[in-house]
Design a protein around this ligand. Structure first.
Ligand SMILES: C[S@@+](CC[C@H](N)C(=O)[O-])C[C@H]1O[C@@H](n2cnc3c(N)ncnc32)[C@H](O)[C@@H]1O
Length: 211
């Protein structure tokens, strides 16, 4: 496996809605790997109040984690498929079904976890522009580090916890489609957005912008 460039392979998840069991297993991996720690830190730093949108909210586990800790946030999520998130979330969390690029509504804060790697480079530049236009106070992207360690680890975790085979398959491709620091530096330059902070956290990149 070669990690010099982002892979163009596609994930099972990109072919349509995946079952609830897959999303539940992905939530277990998120929890085990402390995936939401940098996002919660960002939210705290940004004041933890007002409206917040989670882009590509999947099973809604990030939104539920935020709702337990930050009661002054009005939480919304958007995803192409929200049935599983809706079934698992309290009614106070607003769930919008559709393509984020078609959503024209502003929020104080916008976050997204493990969505950017589903986009090609041009899509990421477009997403940065969308975030900049729709986040009043700031936005945060958390996504995977393209590196052999998480690539190997995802298969080991999936086998040890007997997770759905889609997790090992899509997880490895997700890492291959992931990022190195230079990718984010280049995207920020091309998008022409100032003041972007790029920080590493346990084989993930946190890309933050506070206005
Ligand atoms: C790997 S999952 C990440 C789910 C969740 N954010 C997490 O961290 O576990 C990627 C999600 O992106 C969603 N998605 C892909 N393209 C999208 C788009 N254009 N607009 C909204 N959601 C999208 C998929 O439906 C899927 O739920």
């Amino acid at each position: 496996m070669e990690f010099a460039h982002r892979s163009t392979k596609s994930e099972t998840m990109d072919d349509g809605p995946v079952g609830r069991a897959v999303l539940r297993d992905l939530a277990r991996v998120n929890s085990l790997t402390s995936a939401f720690v940098p996002i919660r830190r960002f939210v705290r730093r940004a004041g933890a109040e007002g409206t917040l949108l989670d882009v590509a909210c999947g099973y809604g586990d990030l939104l539920r984690s935020l709702s337990r800790r930050f009661p002054r946030l009005a939480l919304s999520g958007i995803d192409l498929h929200v049935a599983a998130a809706r079934a698992a979330s309290p009614p106070a969390i607003e769930l919008l079904e559709g393509d984020v690029f078609l959503l024209d509504r502003n929020f104080d804060l916008i976050v997204s976890s493990q969505f950017a790697h589903h986009l090609d480079d041009a899509g990421i530049i477009r997403f940065l522009g969308w975030l900049e236009a729709h986040a009043e106070r700031g936005w945060f992207i958390c996504d995977l580090h393209r590196h052999p360690v998480p690539h190997r680890l995802i298969g080991l975790i999936a086998a040890a916890l007997r997770l759905d085979p889609v997790i090992a398959h899509d997880g490895a491709i997700s890492v291959e489609r992931g990022f190195v620091r230079g990718d984010w530096e280049r995207y920020a330059t091309v998008a022409g957005i100032p003041g972007i902070a790029i920080r590493w956290w346990l084989f993930r990149w946190g890309v933050a912008r506070l206005k």
